[in-house]
Write a new protein. Structure first.
Length: 504
């Protein structure tokens, strides 16, 4: 839009005459086999292989606050225009079908946002804050026009599950008084949630966000952290009933012992059994694999809070031991409000790092990368850009020649004279970096690489590339593709020999 200020000044463009929504913070997962196979039987082409959930909202950091006030009117219930977007993507990440859903008055997960989607044991789960709930899709057969739908998993929807209504029907905004029956009739797919959520931890404010879920290789459960002895657990509560394999969650991936807990998937939130984590026990914790500019400019200052979860997990092999590991992404961020930060360092600056942890209990973190950033969308419209980090490591930079890497000098964000300050680049010691001040990873999966006629919904160690979905400053959405070799270089740049502590 050429002149947004002029556009915003016109009364007909303000709320409630117009609703200005932004899509942000996407989380990607692999679509379970049952959906892919059902769609192939009904000749759907191209085939969806990924599912993405994202936030659809008026609340954004794209523009200066005064512009947002003009556009939005500033007088409404903020949560009433915060929606859930779901899209199915093909192998090339093209959107094949999508829908915007309204959870404002929904009995499951109301008033929450920044959802994540997981494929755990071939079952989709929607998560937000400390809640997790199974999600079920039925996808309309696009070869007919009579609204017959294809049930894409075995059986039918459990009658106790609750349908999620559309946010918009015939271009009308569906607010508080959504007619559920009407709202689920005009969509490429229908969405149901189980009528209650489960919670692996208590929902204490500030400590229950950014949980990382994964399927455990261990058959035994431990209802709490995996360094304590607990004889009071029910060994079936957190097992997937189809596959008999437990689903676990990483609470705080910031120390050893790693805070990994069971998820009682059949227990309503508030009734779960939780063993307190003993944070007084300390074990060896790996240092970052490389230093970044903050260490050079402010070697005696503590700038960042401890790591918190972003995305989990992909399978790799530790080159120093030959053992399988799970690799996750976590995010360190600078302190807020920043009173203790040195001049030239902005509060609430988000970066990322990879962590590698054992694939079986006790899931110790065995290696960590240094911090890096994921960049803005590229103004030259390149399809994908790889991690653009701020390493100050001559040996690494001299040896690093991945064809998919984009140097910082070639990455430029879109110029925007009325942009919010948080859309600007990172500043460290008044040195600008070509990184967003805030990027936030939501999802990470191994890339599916197969012919259109072949089905695959699970990745293996032979998979060589990874997709990472993230948001920039509550404004932009992005998915990037990187190689596992790139990730391996960041975690183990020297491929050093294992230290004695690894064998403990």
């Amino acid at each position: 839009m050429y002149n947004l200020t002029e556009y915003a000044s016109r009364p007909q463009h303000e709320w409630p005459h117009k609703l200005h929504l932004f899509e942000m913070n996407p989380c990607i997962a692999i679509l379970p086999k049952a959906y892919q196979e059902s769609l192939r039987l009904h000749s759907t082409s191209p085939l969806p292989v990924y599912i993405v959930v994202y936030r659809v909202t008026h609340k954004n950091n794209c523009y200066d606050g005064n512009i947002n006030i003009q556009l939005l009117g500033g007088n409404w219930n903020p949560t009433s225009t915060d929606y859930l977007g779901i899209a199915l993507l093909d192998q090339q990440l093209n959107i094949l079908m999508d829908s915007t859903l309204n959870l404002f008055n929904h009995p499951v997960l109301p008033h929450l946002n920044d959802y994540r989607i997981y494929n755990l044991n071939e079952q989709l789960y929607l998560t937000s804050v400390n809640h997790i709930v199974p999600l079920y899709l039925t996808i309309n057969n696009d070869n007919n026009n009579d609204n017959n739908e294809t049930t894409t998993t075995s059986g039918t929807v459990d009658p106790s599950w609750v349908p999620v209504p559309l946010a918009f029907v015939n271009n009308d905004n569906i607010m508080k008084n959504t007619n559920t029956a009407a709202a689920v009739t005009t969509t490429p797919f229908h969405v149901w949630l189980r009528n209650y959520t489960s919670c692996p931890i208590y929902g204490q404010k500030g400590t229950s966000k950014n949980l990382l879920y994964f399927v455990s290789l261990d058959s035994e459960t431990n209802n709490g952290n995996h360094t304590s002895n607990n004889n009071n657990n029910n060994n079936n509560k957190n097992k997937d009933t189809k596959n008999n394999t437990p689903i676990r969650v990483i609470h705080y991936p910031r120390s050893n012992p790693n805070d990994v807990r069971d998820v009682e998937l059949d227990t309503p939130c508030g009734q779960q059994t939780i063993t307190p984590f003993d944070d007084k026990v300390k074990e060896w914790y790996p240092p970052a694999s490389f230093d970044t500019i903050d260490m050079q400019l402010f070697p005696r200052s503590i700038l960042f809070l401890a790591d918190r979860g972003s995305a989990c997990c992909i399978d790799m092999t530790d080159p120093t031991t030959g053992l399988p590991v799970m690799v996750a992404i976590v995010h360190p961020k600078t302190m807020f409000p920043g009173k203790r930060l040195p001049k030239g360092v902005s509060p609430n600056t988000y970066l990322s790092r990879f962590i590698a942890m054992e694939s079986q209990s006790p899931y110790r973190i065995v290696a960590r990368s240094g911090m890096f950033c994921l960049g803005y969308p590229n103004s030259t419209n390149d399809e994908l850009l790889v991690v653009n980090d701020n390493k100050n490591n001559d040996n690494y930079n001299n040896n690093h020649n991945d064809n998919h890497t984009t140097s910082s000098s070639s990455v430029r964000h879109y110029p925007n004279p009325i942009a919010d300050d948080r859309m600007g680049p990172i500043m460290f010691g008044n040195v600008p970096m070509e990184c967003p001040r805030i990027h936030f990873v939501m999802g990470m999966v191994e890339k599916i690489d197969h012919d259109d006629g072949e089905s695959s919904s699970s990745s293996s160690l032979s998979s060589s590339r990874v997709l990472i979905s993230y948001g920039v400053s509550d404004c932009l959405s992005r998915i990037v593709e990187i190689s596992k070799d790139e990730i391996r270089e960041r975690i183990w740049p020297q491929q050093q020999q294992p230290k004695q502590q690894h064998a403990q």
